[in-house]
Design a binder for this molecule. Structure first.
Ligand code: ADP
Length: 300
C-alpha cells in the first residue's frame, strides 16, 4: 500500500508554508478567535506573508473579525483562493461558503474532517511565513484531524487561550495534555480577559438607589474631576472581574511546565475592533489590549 494521496497532496501544499501555528482553547468564548485574528493582523503588520485558516466549522467568527463578512471564495486552476484583507493576509473559513450566515452547520465528524482535509489540500496560499489555524474549543474531531493531516509536514506549535478563573484553566490542562499526547509543542498560554482595564474617563459612574435602580452621575463626576484633579482623567482603572486567586494561567503554566506568554485585559475597544473586523494595532484606540498583545507576539 502506497502513501495516502491526500496526505501527499497536503504535504505538497504545505511545502510553501514556513510556520504553522494552532490557536486552541479549552472553552468557547474566551477570546480564541479574537486572538487568532489579532495575531494575524500583527504578523501581517510586520510584513510577513500570513494565512489564517478557520476550522471552527460550527461557529466560524473569523470572517467577521477580519472585516470580510459576505465575501465568497473563488476557485482558480491553482485551487481555492483565500479571501484577502491585504495582499499579505489571506483568510479561509467555512463562513465564506454558507449561503446564509444564520444557518447552523450540523455536521458529524467525518464531514468536518473532510472539509479540513479539503482546506489543507485545495487552498492555494502561495508562499506563507505563517499559517495561523483557529481551531474550535476543546479537543474533538477537528483537532485530531488537523494534527493528523499536518503530521508529515509538522506543526510548529500551539498557543492556548484561556481566561484566569479555575473553571477555564481546568480545561486548559486538557489542551496541554492533548498537545503532549499528539506531539505538538505548546508555544505558550495567553491569559485573556485578565481584568477589565480602561481609561477612567470611559467608565459610567452610577449611584444605586434604594429600589436597585441606577442614577447616572457620569457627567457630574467627570466635571468634578476636570475641575479638581484633571490628571485623574488620564488614569486607567482596572478591576479583576474573574477570580484569579488561584494564581491564574501563570501559576498553571509553571506547574505544567509550559511557557506563559502574558495577559491581555478585557478592553471594550478590543471588542469593538473585533466587531468591526479591524486590527487593534492600526488605530490608537485599544490603549490597554494592543500593547499587551504586541508583547505576546514579540515573544513568539
Ligand atoms: P472564542 O473564539 O474563544 O469563542 P471570541 O474570540 O469569539 O471567543 O470572543 C468572545 C467575545 O469576547 C467576542 O465578542 C470578542 O470580541 C470579545 N473579546 C475577546 N477578548 C476580549 C478582550 N480582551 N477584551 C474585550 N473583549 C474581548
Amino acid at each position: 500500500k502506497g502513501p495516502d494521496p491526500d496526505l501527499v497532496a497536503i504535504a505538497e501544499r504545505m511545502a510553501t508554508v514556513k510556520h504553522k501555528i494552532l490557536v486552541l482553547s479549552g472553552k468557547g468564548g474566551v477570546g480564541k478567535s479574537t486572538f487568532s485574528a489579532q495575531l494575524s493582523f500583527a504578523l501581517a503588520a510586520k510584513d510577513f506573508q500570513v494565512g489564517l485558516l478557520d476550522i471552527d466549522i460550527c461557529g466560524p467568527s473569523i470572517p467577521k473579525m477580519l472585516g470580510l463578512e459576505g465575501q465568497d471564495i473563488h476557485q482558480s486552476n491553482l485551487g481555492w483562493s483565500p479571501v484577502y484583507v491585504e495582499s499579505n493576509l489571506g483568510v479561509m473559513s467555512i463562513g465564506f461558503m454558507l449561503p446564509n450566515p444564520d444557518e447552523a452547520v450540523i455536521w458529524r465528524g467525518p464531514r468536518k474532517n473532510g472539509l479540513i482535509k479539503q482546506f489543507l489540500k485545495d487552498v492555494y496560499w502561495g508562499e506563507l511565513d505563517f499559517l495561523v489555524v483557529d481551531a474550535p474549543p476543546g479537543t474533538s474531531d477537528e483537532h485530531i484531524s488537523i494534527v493528523q493531516f499536518l503530521q508529515a509536514t509538522g506543526i510548529d506549535g500551539a498557543i492556548i487561550v484561556t481566561t484566569p478563573q479555575q473553571v477555564s484553566l481546568i480545561d486548559v490542562r486538557k489542551e496541554v495534555s492533548f498537545c503532549k499526547k499528539v506531539g505538538v509543542p505548546v508555544l505558550g498560554v495567553v491569559e485573556n480577559m485578565s481584568g477589565l482595564c480602561q481609561p477612567l474617563k470611559d467608565f459610567r459612574f452610577l449611584k444605586t438607589t434604594e429600589n436597585g435602580e441606577h442614577t447616572d452621575l457620569t457627567e457630574k463626576v467627570i466635571e468634578y474631576m476636570r475641575e479638581k484633579a484633571p490628571e485623574m482623567l488620564d488614569l486607567v482603572a482596572s478591576s479583576e472581574v474573574f477570580d484569579s486567586s488561584g494564581g491564574g494561567a501563570a501559576k498553571m503554566c509553571t506547574e505544567m511546565e509550559v511557557p506563559f506568554l502574558g495577559k491581555v485585559p478585557l478592553d471594550p475597544q478590543l471588542c469593538k475592533a473585533a466587531e468591526e473586523g479591524k486590527s487593534c494595532f492600526a488605530e490608537q484606540k485599544c490603549l490597554t489590549s494592543a500593547p499587551a498583545l504586541k508583547n505576546i507576539v514579540e515573544k513568539l
